[in-house]
Design a protein around this ligand. Sequence first.
Ligand code: SAM
Length: 242
Amino acid sequence: MPASTCAGPQHILQLLGELHQKSLEQEATISKKKKIFSSEILGDLEDQQPSGNPQDEFDRLMRDKFIALDQDKCQFTYQLINAMGATNIVEAGTSFGVSTIYLALAIAKTKAATGKSGVVIATEKEKEKRKIARKYWAQCGPAVQQEIDLREGDLLETLKDGLPKVDPLFIDIWSALALPTLKTVLPRLRPGSVVLTDNTISGAKGYADLLAYLRAPENGFQNMTLPFTNGFEMSVYMPNLE
Ligand SMILES: C[S@@+](CC[C@H](N)C(=O)[O-])C[C@H]1O[C@@H](n2cnc3c(N)ncnc32)[C@H](O)[C@@H]1O
């Protein structure tokens, strides 16, 4: 990773490179497209075992997978946070905590520069995944660990209360949960807050309800699909305040 893209101690940058590599290798073994799209894999499982419980099977399959945000998207998010001076972030979907490390490094920098307080609110329902995420954050050290509040359990419950004013909200969750997540956090978005959503080109079918909501003028979002691989949606919340 070019040193100018993301600032942090060398051992953290090296760990991030290794974790991205592992994540890509895992995804290549699961999907012909070399990327995991939850709606497609769930659809395949539904076709293969119409009488089983495809959601349970999908959760079981994903329990040991990173599915980390692509490194260039992580770097963009890091830069954006620095540009915005953001310090209170919600990450919907943490997994093994790779993207979370970038968020923590970014807010540490903006907090130091602005003197503001802030936190990365991370969310993960799988106990084993939380354990591994915490292990990687510990390898990074206190500079990362101390920036993260990991909320344990279903994010539709854990994000209901105790949120500061949030900016940005980063959505990296199974597509069916994306719109409910946005609606849960929406009361805590201030005008001008940014919502980032991964894979909005390739995952557009799964995200149909979220994208329709974001693009309906009455809901107050200005949207742009950034041209990263598979798409990365940047939506700015500009509600009509009259
Ligand atoms: C795509 S992964 C997140 C990847 C992570 N942002 C990264 O870049 O390293 C999505 C994660 O959301 C978690 N998840 C799914 N449903 C959830 C829920 N209802 N509440 C909390 N976490 C959930 C999954 O277990 C999975 O680990």
